[in-house]
Ligand binder design. Structure first.
Ligand code: PLP
Length: 381
C-alpha cells in the first residue's frame, strides 16, 4: 500500500513561479497589470494567434466569446454531450440554446456527422472540445462551419500545445478558449485566455471582462496618468490578476517539456495495461500533436467491476482518479430542461458509464505509475 495519496491532476509549481508571485505581492501591483499583458504576449507567440486576452477562467472566456460574436436568445450552439458542463453552461449564460451532439466512438470527440444532422435554421455556432488534449479534425470542422455559416468557438481547456497538421490549436482564426485551472496542463490556479485573429473581438472581450469600461484599471492607475472611463455595454468582472499571470509566465515555458513527459507516461500506461480488461486511448492521428491532458481508460463490459467500484477500489489503495465526464445530457438541469434521455446520445452515455482518468501529471513517477497499474491489476484480474 502507498504511504501517501496519489493526487489526481496536481499542478507542478516550482520556485520560479513562487518567486514571481512573491515579487508581485511585494510590488504593490497585485491586480490586472503588466504581468497579465506579458502573459498575453507570451500566449500569442506560443500559440501563433494574433491576439490573446486573459480572463478569470475558461468558462468566462467561453461566455465572452459567445457574447462578442453576437450570439444570444434564439440562437442554437452545437456542443458535445461528452464535455465538462462548463461548455454548455457558457451557452446558457450567453442566453443561447445548447444543442447537444453525440461523440465519435473511440476518441469520444464531437461527432461531426451527428453535428451536421443536428443543424437547424437557428444554428449559429459550434463549440468543439479537444477532449483529453486530442485535437478535433480542424479541416472537417472548418468545412462544416463554412457549409452552414457557423461561428466556431473552440473549448480548448485541455488543448494548449495541441497541433493539427502543424498548426497549434488556437491559431486557426476561430475564437479559442484555454483554461489554466489547477488540474490543466498549465495553471494559474484559476484563469483562462481567449485567443482570436480579430483585434476588434479581442478589444471587446477586454472591455466586457472589466465591467464594460472603456479603459482598463491598468491604464487608469498606472504612471501614464488618470483617465476617465465610460461604459458602453454592461460588462462582467472576469479579469485576471497579476498574481495569477505571475504563475503563467513561468508555467508556459515549461509546457512543451511537460507534454513530452505526459507522452512518456502515456506510452508506458499503454504497455502496462495491454492485458487488462480496459480499453486504452486510441493513438494520436498522424501529423497531429496530442496535448496528453487526460489518460482515459474505458472499463470493459467483461471486467469483474464496474467503473464506480473500480474508482472506489483505487481510492482505497490511495490512488486518486477522475471521471471525464458524465455527459451533459445526464445532469438534471439539461436532462429536464431539454427532455434528454441517455439513449439519445448512446456513445456519450457509454463513455459516461465506463471512463476513468488515471494520474498523468508530469510529477507522476514510474513508481507511482507502477502502483496505479498494480492496483488496477489486483482489482480487475
Ligand atoms: C476545465 C474545463 C472548462 C472550464 O475551465 P475553467 O477555467 O475552470 O472555467 C471548460 N471546458 C472543459 C472541457 C474543461 O475541462
Amino acid at each position: 500500500m502507498r504511504e501517501n495519496f496519489l493526487i489526481f491532476g496536481s499542478p507542478t509549481i516550482g520556485e520560479s513561479e513562487i518567486a514571481e508571485v512573491v515579487a508581485s505581492l511585494r510590488s504593490g501591483w497585485v491586480g490586472t497589470g503588466p504581468k497579465v499583458g506579458r502573459f498575453e504576449t507570451m500566449l500569442t507567440e506560443y500559440v501563433g494567434a494574433p491576439h490573446a486576452r486573459c480572463v478569470s477562467s475558461c468558462t468566462a472566456a467561453l461566455i465572452l466569446a459567445l457574447q462578442v460574436l453576437g450570439l444570444g436568445a434564439g440562437d442554437e450552439v452545437l456542443v458535445p454531450a461528452m464535455t465538462f458542463v462548463a461548455s454548455a453552461n457558457a451557452v446558457e449564460h450567453a442566453g443561447a440554446t445548447p444543442v447537444l451532439v453525440d461523440s465519435e466512438p473511440g476518441t469520444g470527440l464531437l461527432d461531426l456527422e451527428a453535428a451536421e444532422a443536428a443543424i437547424t435554421e437557428r444554428t449559429r455556432a459550434i463549440m468543439p472540445v479537444h477532449l483529453a488534449g486530442r485535437p478535433i479534425d480542424m479541416d472537417r470542422l472548418a468545412a462544416l462551419a463554412q457549409r452552414h455559416d457557423l461561428r466556431i468557438v473552440e473549448d480548448a481547456a485541455h488543448a494548449i500545445g495541441a497541433e493539427w497538421r502543424g498548426r497549434r490549436i488556437g491559431a486557426f482564426g476561430n475564437v479559442t478558449a484555454f483554461s489554466f485551472y489547477v488540474t490543466k496542463n498549465i495553471s494559474t490556479i484559476e484563469g483562462g485566455a481567449l485567443l482570436t485573429a480579430s483585434a476588434e473581438l479581442a478589444e471587446e472581450v477586454e472591455r466586457l471582462a472589466l465591467h464594460g469600461l472603456s479603459v482598463g484599471a491598468w491604464q487608469r492607475f498606472s504612471d501614464a496618468g488618470y483617465k476617465h472611463y465610460e461604459v458602453v455595454r454592461p460588462g462582467y468582472k472576469y479579469n485576471m490578476t497579476d498574481v495569477q499571470a505571475a504563475l503563467g509566465l513561468h508555467q508556459l515555458p515549461q509546457l512543451d517539456a511537460w507534454i513530452e513527459r505526459r507522452a512518456e507516461l502515456w506510452a508506458r500506461y499503454d504497455d502496462l495495461l495491454a492485458d487488462l480488461p480496459v480499453a486504452t486511448p486510441p493513438p494520436a492521428e498522424p501529423d497531429t500533436r496530442h496535448a496528453r491532458h487526460l489518460y482515459q481508460i474505458l472499463v470493459g463490459t467483461e471486467a469483474p467491476l464496474d467503473r464506480d467500484a473500480l474508482l472506489a477500489g483505487l481510492h482505497e489503495r490511495r490512488i486518486g482518479t477522475g471521471v471525464h465526464y458524465r455527459g451533459v445530457h445526464l445532469h438534471p438541469y439539461y436532462r429536464d430542461r431539454y427532455g434528454l434521455a441517455p439513449e439519445d446520445f448512446p456513445v456519450a452515455t457509454s463513455i459516461s458509464d465506463r471512463t476513468l482518468s488515471l494520474p498523468l501529471d508530469p510529477k507522476v513517477t514510474a513508481a507511482d505509475q507502477d502502483d496505479v497499474v498494480a492496483a488496477l491489476r489486483e482489482l480487475l484480474v
